[in-house]
Design a protein around this ligand. Structure first.
Ligand SMILES: [Zn+2]
Length: 312
């Protein structure tokens, strides 16, 4: 929704709604309640189990990026925030209170689809009377972390993502390793939002030894062994793995609850390099500007919103 000057307005949810689910690593059942938040308030997690300690979604509050993106503030932590943030970016939600009664968000089905359903159906969206603020990238920014690399390039004012994955595993390799996608509310769920997180069955065994993935199951991740995918029904998309990497990138780039208008390009990305990239951008005041005016997205019915490519 726009105001009289044609500026896009900030959004929150129209009413509170929530659900319960199992946290992937702790295996604990957690309850989540999404509540409206005032304009300009951003996205803030609130730990109901420890006196309502607040943890703002901000790049500088990211304290751990192994396995998932974890935030820490005021002595409290919340992990696995990236799939909800990805859904918020896609729906254009600027302000939200996320009440949770444990240190990790529920894994749900390993994708953003249950969040999209909760937000758009149970909560509904409400426009607020202040224009949205976007971060427009003005010059190239790069980050590297081990074999992972990610970059922002300036563009005409859109949020585009191009990801190449390079897993030696044949099951992942066969599924296709390169994809580019421009973020649009109209087709995010169909193209990206349903793609699930994935892991190799031997990694699951290793994580369990380290008391991780205790809530993991074929119900909340794609699991594969040397021969193929173990989940009944197989993959949701032929190239579900790289689609999930774009889902994660959308969420990790929305860590401050402002859409970053740029071409994001990454090879073998993970949460660590994504967070370094966003921090590097925000640390360089000449690298970005705030704007209330993004470029108009192309029409939702333009063909092939997500396009595959063969990584070099
Ligand atoms: Zn993920």
């Amino acid at each position: 929704m726009t105001n009289g000057e044609g500026k896009l307005l900030q959004q929150t949810v129209a009413r509170e709604a929530g659900f319960a689910g199992v946290a992937l690593h702790s295996g604990r059942r957690v309850r989540v309640l999404l509540r409206p938040r005032e304009a300009g308030g951003g996205v803030v997690f609130c730990r109901a189990d420890i006196g309502g300690a607040e943890i703002a979604a901000k790049a500088e509050n990211v304290c751990d990026t192994r396995l998932a993106t974890t935030l820490r503030q005021n002595g409290a932590e919340v992990g696995m925030v990236e799939h909800l943030l990805s859904a918020l970016a896609a729906l254009g939600i600027d302000n939200l209170t996320v009440e949770v009664d444990g240190p990790e968000m529920p894994a749900l089905d390993g994708s953003a689809a249950p969040w999209l359903l909760l937000l758009s159906s149970a909560c509904g969206l409400r426009a607020q009377n202040i224009p949205k603020q976007f971060i427009r990238v003005r010059k190239k920014i790069s980050a590297r972390l081990g074999a992972a690399g990610a970059e922002f390039f300036p563009n005409e004012g859109r949020a585009r993502y191009r990801v190449a994955i390079d897993f030696s595993h044949p099951v992942v390799r066969r599924s296709g390793g390169g994809l580019e996608y421009e973020l649009r509310a109209e087709d995010y769920e169909r193209e990206i939002g349903r793609a699930r997180t994935f892991c190799y069955v031997h990694d699951v065994e290793q994580m369990r030894k380290n008391k991780k993935a205790l809530g993991g199951s074929l119900g909340n991740a794609v699991v594969f062994d040397d021969r193929g995918v173990l989940n009944e029904g197989g993959l949701r998309y032929k190239n579900e793995f790289v689609r999930h990497k774009i889902l994660d990138a959308v969420g990790d780039c929305y860590i401050g609850a402002h859409l970053i208008l740029a071409d994001y390009r990454a090879a073998r990305p993970g949460h660590g390099v994504n967070n370094q990239l966003v921090r590097a951008l925000l640390a360089d005041k000449t690298a970005f500007e705030w704007t209330e005016s993004p470029a108009e997205s192309p029409p939702a019915d333009s063909p092939a919103p997500a396009r595959s490519f063969a990584p070099a």
